[in-house]
Design a protein around this ligand. Structure first.
Ligand code: ZN
Length: 314
């Protein structure tokens, strides 16, 4: 059974996109308005491709569909998570995602709970939640268009982590570079777009009524837990009902035992190699791969920072 699947993702151009996916990650981007790299995706039409081994050239979507043993015979119909890098050269709109119930009812989709690991070296900021205590106050301020009174802006720096539960009003702001791990869903309701017009002089579509319905007053959840291990430092960033995310800062030599059915790995800093059951592959910043159910133990050598995620199923 294949033990590791190296992936290549797809780029998405956006009006707010930039060029740091090339300058900082050395990817061949389609233009200087590249906003997103969908690094680990099994979504229809937007799936990552496996770039070596038995499944070379096949999409992750197809391999997930036909080789479920690699994923510990996961019962999730579709590949459940999505990992992206987002380069915002400009502010993204203020938005909110529906939870599973609302998404099922209105969009026949899953909801979208996501999380952000901040990659920008220079300080930036995000909109993360609301300044008010109740939904009624939130709806009143929205109707009065008192955005500054409503939206909570938070400064960000590299290594910060935010858990964005469905229903949380949020926006990625200019200069942010973010690793996003989320439920595999693409349902976004745009609440406010700074009254910006597009190239043809039109306002971008808003989804005001759905946004208002989707909004929840969420509280910050979960404490990051740090642990010193042999050869690396670990931070457990989130462990929620959809996914778990951990940061490994590897100093030179670290050993791991695969305990989850399969793992999603994002190399965000440094270079080195991974050895799985005797087979070694080089890895470096910007590489994304899956460790499958076929792997038992793995070692990582080098000086690297890796963000590891796994799906949580009922
Ligand atoms: Zn979002």
């Amino acid at each position: 059974m294949e033990k590791i699947l190296f992936l290549e993702g797809q780029f998405s151009e956006k009006i707010w996109g930039g060029s740091r996916l090339k300058s900082e990650y050395s990817y061949q981007i389609p233009s200087d308005r590249t906003g997103e790299y969908w690094a680990i995706s099994g979504m229809e039409g937007e799936s990552s491709t496996i770039i070596e081994g038995e499944f070379e050239g096949k999409s992750l979507r197809e391999v997930y569909e036909n080789n479920r043993e690699l994923f510990g015979n996961s019962k999730e119909k579709e590949f459940p998570l999505l990992v992206k890098i987002i380069d915002a050269a400009d502010d993204l709109s203020i938005q909110v995602h529906p939870d599973d119930g609302m998404a099922k009812r209105l969009e026949n989709s899953k909801g979208k709970t996501e999380c952000w690991y901040i990659l920008n070296e220079k300080p930036a900021s995000i909109i993360f939640g609301l300044k008010v205590e109740t939904k009624e106050e939130a709806l009143k301020l929205i109707d009065e268009r008192k955005w500054a009174e409503l939206l909570k802006e938070v400064p960000t720096k590299k290594g910060d982590f935010f858990f964005v539960r469905a229903g949380t009003v949020h926006a990625i702001k200019k200069d942010s570079l973010i690793l996003e791990i989320q439920q595999a869903s693409d349902i976004t309701y745009r609440l406010y777009d700074y009254d910006r017009k597009d190239a043809s002089g039109k306002f971008r579509d808003l989804h005001l009524e759905k946004s208002k319905e989707a909004i929840k007053i969420t509280k910050e959840e979960g404490q990051i837990q740090k642990q010193s291990r042999e050869g690396y430092e670990e931070r457990i960033l989130t462990a929620n009902e959809y996914f778990e995310v951990r940061e490994f800062k590897i100093k030179n030599n670290a050993r791991f035992k695969r305990e989850k059915p399969y793992l999603l790995e994002s190399v965000i800093e440094g270079a080195g190699e991974i050895e799985i059951d005797g087979k070694t592959s080089p890895i470096k910043k910007g590489d994304f791969f899956l460790i499958t159910n076929g792997a038992k133990n793995y070692k990582i050598r080098g000086k690297l920072t890796i963000i590891e995620a796994n799906s949580v199923e009922d």
